[in-house]
Design a protein around this ligand. Sequence first.
Ligand code: OFO
Length: 189
Amino acid sequence: MLISNTITSHQNQENNMLSNRVQDALNEQIKMEGSSSNFYLSMAVWAEENGYAGVSQFLYKHSDEERFHMLKLVKYINERDGKVIIPAFDQPKSSFESVKQLFEELYKHEVSVTQSIGELVGICLEEKDFTTQNFLQWYVSEQLEEEALAKTVLDKIKLMADDKSAWYHFDRDIAGLTATSIADTGGAQ
Ligand code: OFO
């Protein structure tokens, strides 16, 4: 079993095909990005229902970005002549105690995605698949920016506490906030 796996892995490298292990891990990441998109969508719906128009706009937009992350992986596996499996997605959480709690969960979620990307990069290195490892660097940078964005928003929320006028401005301004805008300002807004 071990010998045949090693042979398959060597053959895959020679043919520039994905090893089964890398392909499975990429498909797992497809599930994670798709689940992220649904999670953001569910949070957007909750924010809209609860009158936070700007927050919901921000989250709808981010849901689309996560779907793009999923599609980028789908295209990559196809380009490498691999097999894409579109998975079933678990139902995301749909109610939150507050915007603060929502962003706390969002931040935790992004940390877990960063971890998953890190593990995926580790698998590529073990499998000596440097092409995929290189492709994944885009996700490594993206996660860095997204974690910074979530952290910045959480810090703002903590500062605002119960200040209604600050919340009004926050809800108005967050609609225009993106991971790139946070990265450009070094996290300061
Ligand atoms: Fe897919 O970028 Fe965050 O989760």
